[in-house]
Design a protein around this ligand. Structure first.
Ligand SMILES: C[S@@+](CC[C@H](N)C(=O)[O-])C[C@H]1O[C@@H](n2cnc3c(N)ncnc32)[C@H](O)[C@@H]1O
Length: 208
């Protein structure tokens, strides 16, 4: 089944399913997206925003003068995000149907976020390389994804679980190393750490 068809089916139940499949980790991922960053007044992109589960954390962090661009290539999923935006009365959120791999909007963004979405893109580290190349200097980039690790408590069990999960969610279970290499080649001040007991990896950097 194609990824788009999978997310068409998942749209009505995504929020609950994400909680179950992440073993409760989804609640930690979005606070971890914004943690430690100075985001007040910034324009931030959420690539592969899904139903907008990260928006509450983003909206709080950017404040009233900031803007969120939520991008996703699945219209059914984005309709759920639209509903969330309308219900909360957020007038500083713009939703865009587009592909992460080819979107032209990135040069105008201050901060690029992507949470468990980059691994859905075929050849993710190659696409990430192109994407980071298009950013303006000073852009902050933070990605959180389920990427295999080679160390840390229980990493083999976590890798096994994430590998099996990738068949359900339709992601490409790629190694951490190519992502980290692209971050280190394209960005400065790179930090790689983990979220939810090592189940997810967070990569942060700044375009020099
Ligand atoms: C696992 S969900 C994550 C949603 C959200 N970021 C979150 O934290 O809940 C992955 C999302 O990425 C989107 N996606 C997958 N491939 C994409 C692509 N090439 N371009 C844009 N969005 C994509 C899917 O439609 C889906 O909404």
């Amino acid at each position: 089944m194609k990824l788009a068809e999978r997310y068409d089916i998942a749209a009505p139940i995504y929020d609950r399913t994400a909680w179950v499949l992440s073993l409760g980790g989804i609640d930690k991922l979005h606070p971890a997206l914004v943690a430690g960053l100075e985001l007040s007044g910034k324009t931030v992109a959420d690539l592969g925003c899904g139903t907008g589960l990260a928006f509450p954390a983003l909206i709080e962090a950017i404040g009233p003068s900031g803007r969120v661009i939520g991008l996703d290539n699945n219209a059914a999923i984005l309709a759920k995000a639209e509903k969330r935006v309308t219900e909360h009365g957020w007038n500083n959120v713009k939703l865009v149907v587009d592909d992460i791999a080819t979107t032209p909007l990135l040069p105008d963004i201050d901060v690029v976020f992507s949470c468990i979405a980059m691994s859905c893109v075929p050849d993710p580290s190659e696409k990430l390389d192109e994407l980071l190349g298009n950013l303006k200097p000073g852009t902050v980039v933070r990605i959180i994804d389920a990427l295999p690790r080679t160390r840390g408590f229980g990493f083999r069990a976590i890798n096994g679980y994430n590998f099996l999960k990738s068949f359900i969610v339709g992601s490409h279970y790629k190694k951490l190393e190519p992502f980290e290499r692209v971050f280190r080649e394209r960005l400065s001040n790179v930090v790689v750490d983990s979220v939810h007991g090592g189940m997810y990896t967070r990569l942060t950097g700044v375009k020099a």
